[in-house]
Design a protein around this ligand. Sequence first.
Ligand SMILES: [Zn+2]
Length: 274
Amino acid sequence: MAKIVRALSEDGGAFAAAIDAADMVNELIRIHGLNVSAAAHLGKLALACSLMGSLMKNSGDKLTLSVNSGGTLGSLLAESDYMGNVRAKADNPHAFEEPLVTGSGTFHSIKDIGLKVPHSAQVPLQSPDIADNVMAYYILSEQIPTFCAFQLSFEGGKAVYAGGYIVQALPPVSKEVIKQIEVNAAVPVALGTNAEQLALAALAGMNANLLDSWDCFVHCSCSAEHTIDMLAALPKPDLEALFVDGENIEVCCDFCGKRYVFNSEQAKKLISLE
Ligand SMILES: [Zn+2]
């Protein structure tokens, strides 16, 4: 479980969303067997995706963030709904001390809010820190002045703290608001700071009021129905190669590890092979 808190400055010129999510990171560690290095990167991406997802408005909206690290960490992927529930995975959950490589890696966002074509944008990695790349994405792709920071701490392979925030200047953007946000953002996220404190700290000096708060989770949207749809979309030769009469077909979800087992006859029938 994680907690999201949102706040607004008194004059409506700045908005902040903050998250306190050590349990969320530990759930990702449990699912994927992440080492601390991979957990630090995937954890930050999951926190960013959760907060960015919570900025969407409707229940069917979906945000996907992917990072090609440019190094042995490979690709990181996170998906969120509008409540900030996330699922995430890493190509290499055991990559050790591998930073994101600026210059060769990419940060990619796909926002599906029910339009004909989802909004997709990709920016080159600007920094080894996920937060810097989120800020670059908002400025380059959405032209929204945005600051964010994430802080994670680990002990014995588990997250003992994971928190962060996103703060945005709202139109009409004032220079004074940007200046105050920059002053606030210069203060690093202190370990142990809860979501409410983070949201108010991001808007310090602006008489901020808390708007709302709620719990969110690591949640995977996979299902037997989705798995069948995925199988049915495979090219026929690949499908036929999967089916050996009398043997079960097992499909494992990359995001949550859940296994879906179909017996051969059931699977053939379900995907209309016969
Ligand atoms: Zn799943």
